[in-house]
Design a protein around this ligand. Structure first.
Ligand SMILES: [Zn+2]
Length: 293
């Protein structure tokens, strides 16, 4: 469980080189607040966007040889699960962006690359952001993190011929005013997302769904979370690069009001370790089947 590599934007837990064909990443569990955030809100409120403790939930996987890349900066500072050109023009000085602009539609919810509002609709800033301030966030935080995820998946694929990647998240128990799926909607225990079958083969999605359902959980697929940039960017099922997003309901492991771990944390952590073991067995079976073909 050593931190083998680190940068201002992320840490890699587990072995420095791939030992198994599974990669984990946790883009939203960081809370190291950069000095230049310049928000009108305090840190407790800004952590509302955080997938609290998700990196810690998966740490036992590193003892099984799995690499876990975890972001350090808060999600409300820069959302690493966005395309770097998914710019919310309403937040930018002059409402103009000089480079490529790739809107995902998340700006409508205030949740593009740099968030404009919290889930409850409150403004994060009392100012517009200069272009160079946003560009600095991209260069210092987004580019290195994505480089680390990309390189780890590529190194894994180069070693094993195939790679499996789980993009790890958690979700509020109930949707806020600007939450995906509509305000007040209660979430399932887990949501598995493969962008409607485009980021991994159907067998992997079904394996993870069924494993969690067999543990007694309510599991939805692509509803309301289909997965966003980190499962899209480096996946290619036809080439054996599988990426799957996994959302965990926060009520299973924490008290959302105080942002502290609940009695459910350790049992869930143990169950996720059994999920990782099962995925490693599944991947071994897939590699053996591919070798026979
Ligand atoms: Zn997340």
């Amino acid at each position: 469980m050593t931190a083998a590599l680190s940068a201002p934007s992320f840490v890699v837990h587990g072995p420095a080189e791939p030992r198994v064909p599974l990669v984990l990443d946790s883009p939203h569990s960081g809370f190291a607040f950069p000095a230049d955030f310049g928000s009108r809100l305090d840190e407790f409120d800004l952590r509302e966007g955080e997938d609290c403790f998700v990196d810690q939930l998966y740490l036992p996987a590193t003892e099984r040889g799995v690499g876990l890349i975890a972001a350090l900066a808060p999600r409300t500072y820069i959302d690493l699960n966005r395309h770097p050109a998914d710019i919310d023009l309403a937040l930018i000085e002059g409402c103009r962006w000089p480079g490529e602009h790739v809107p995902s539609g998340k700006a409508r919810l205030g949740k593009a690359l740099v968030w404009r509002t919290l889930d409850d609709g409150r403004d994060i800033y009392d100012r517009k952001l200069p272009v160079d301030e946003v560009q600095r966030r991209i260069e210092t935080f987004h580019r290195p993190y994505h480089g680390a995820v990309h390189d780890r998946i590529e190194a894994t694929h180069a070693r094993f011929g195939r790679s499996w990647h789980i993009n790890c998240h958690s979700m509020n128990a109930v949707a806020g005013a600007q939450g995906e799926g509509g305000a007040g909607r209660a979430r399932a225990d887990f949501v598995v997302g493969d962008r409607d079958g485009t980021t991994c083969d159907a067998g992997f999605t079904e394996f993870v769904r069924a494993f969690l359902a067999d543990l007694g959980y309510d599991v939805r697929v692509n509803d309301p979370y289909k997965g966003v940039e980190l499962v899209r960017a480096y996946s290619n099922p036809a080439e054996g690069r599988m990426s799957l997003q996994l959302e965990i309901n926060k009520r299973l492991y924490m008290d959302e009001a105080t942002r502290t771990q609940s009695a459910g944390f350790e049992p869930l952590q143990r169950q996720l370790a059994t999920l990782v073991d099962a995925v490693l067995d599944y991947a071994a079976g897939e590699l053996a089947a591919a070798a026979r073909r």
